[in-house]
Design a protein around this ligand. Structure first.
Ligand SMILES: Nc1ncnc2c1ncn2[C@@H]1O[C@H](COP(=O)(O)OP(=O)(O)O)[C@@H](O)[C@H]1O
Ligand SMILES: O=C(O)[C@@H](CO)OP(=O)(O)O
Length: 400
């Protein structure tokens, strides 16, 4: 059995929508909700936007739709905007304007959003120039501060994020948002910068973060996010990392899920996974061979200066390899479910007890953020291509 294939099958948003959302007699049925419609419009944004949009387009006569996917991922689809990720580009601004135009000019009675990770970069509308937005985003995503804080800043510098887009929707027209979560803890106001969510963070919170990363000069652009809405808004998380971990655990013997919310500097996360492995080797605690240990989440990588070719999972796996006790067999798989780990062309990697990589080489690769530059020489890389989903990263440790 190919675990990577299984992880991606369970992460497929089209399958999950099919399982969890029914459309009957002009009503959307999901999670004990029944939302009627006659003239629905669809806004689908994020790494999973195409399959999510396909689900609704195949079943509902939409009055209008807007689909935004990262650059290079639309394939043969028409009428889809490809925009920048992880940094916004001119198409992200175009998509932001189109979203506002759609909401303010179309005739509709329900807005269906399909939101997945990546949406923050893919749509934007802000007073700040694009060049400056790109610079701010670059600093944010490489600062190692974690996605919740990154998105607090994004929400307050934007005119559409953090629920602000809801204010462009006509009358009391309801909103239903189907969300694939790639944020540990599933804070809906963080996923894709919470387009359709009430936001509890404040300008002051954003200012603190701007100060921490040396961008206080942009505080003049901070605007408050709405703290209440005067319409029905249903935000429904259809899929998250834990759900995928559980499904994977189901098909593996002696599997144990540790967490779906692992965070921290990637190399430290690798060391912690090695500590769990080592104590299991030495004491059979917490696990006794044979076992699979499953983890998910979003380790961070703080990059200062130039980076080689690498990603979170490359660093987790290399650091694990360095600290894992040698002697018995092991394999650690680290996979970005969106198919892209860091700035590499790989989705992830697998390190095994057979890989004899010198500790010095691992240290250098970690220092220079060149994990894949090193792993390529040892056949440890995994390439999936773009997956059209994103439930964050998954780690599977196998001790046979
Ligand atoms: N060469 C590199 N080595 C390690 N991490 C990197 C490298 N380049 C970028 N990153 C990290 O990758 C993260 C963004 O890439 P990615 O894994 O695709 O995340 P996301 O899915 O959130 O877009 C950032 O946290 C950044 O610090
Ligand atoms: O869009 C975003 O804000 C984040 C979190 O949802 O996604 P990604 O890390 O994939 O850019």
């Amino acid at each position: 059995m190919d675990i990577v294939e299984k992880i991606l099958e369970y992460s497929n948003p089209y399958n999950v929508l099919q399982e969890k959302v029914k459309i009957k007699d002009n009503s959307l049925l999901f999670n004990n909700e029944n939302i009627p419609f006659n003239k629905p419009i669809l806004i689908s944004v994020g790494k999973a936007s195409l399959p999510m949009a396909r689900f609704f387009s195949e079943r509902i006569e939409l009055k209008a739709k807007l689909i935004v996917t990262p650059k290079g991922t639309k394939g043969k689809e028409n009428n889809v905007i490809e925009a920048g990720h992880p940094l916004p580009d001119e198409n992200s601004i175009e998509a932001g304007k189109k979203m506002i135009e759609l909401l303010t000019t179309e005739d509709y009675d329900l807005v269906i959003f399909a939101i997945s990770g990546g949406a923050s970069a893919l749509v934007e509308y802000s007073e700040i120039s694009l060049d400056e937005l790109r610079m701010i985003n670059k600093i944010l995503v490489t600062s190692g501060i974690g996605i919740n804080k990154i998105n607090i800043v994004r929400k307050h510098l934007s005119k559409i994020k953090g629920g602000k887009i809801l204010e462009y929707i006509k009358d009391k027209i309801p909103v239903v948002s189907f969300i694939v979560s790639d944020v540990p803890g599933n804070d809906i106001s963080s996923i894709g910068s919470g387009l359709t969510s009430i936001d509890t963070s404040t300008n002051e919170n954003a200012l603190e973060i701007l100060k921490d990363i040396g961008l206080e000069r942009y505080s003049k652009y901070l605007t408050e996010t709405p703290k209440s809405v005067s319409r029905i808004v249903k935000n429904y998380i259809i899929l998250d990392n834990m759900e995928v971990l559980k499904k994977v655990a189901n098909i593996l013997d002696n599997s144990f899920i540790l967490t779906s919310e692992i965070r921290g500097e990637a190399r430290d996360v690798g060391t912690i996974i090695a500590s769990i492995y080592n104590s299991s080797e030495n004491y059979n605690v917490p696990l006794r061979r044979p076992y699979y240990l499953l983890l998910g989440g979003e380790p961070e990588v703080t990059i200062q200066g130039k980076a080689g070719k690498g990603g979170r999972n490359g660093e987790v796996c290399l650091s694990f390899l360095k600290y894992a006790k040698k002697g018995n067999r092991f394999e650690l798989l680290g996979l970005a479910t969106d198919g892209v780990d860091g700035n590499s062309e790989y989705a992830g990697c697998k390190v095994t007890s057979d890989m004899k990589i010198a500790e010095d080489d691992i240290d250098t690769a970690l220092e220079t953020h060149n994990s894949y530059g090193l792993l390529e020489n040892y056949g440890g890389t995994i390439k999936t291509g773009y997956t059209h989903t994103n439930v964050n990263n998954i780690y599977v440790l196998r001790a046979p």
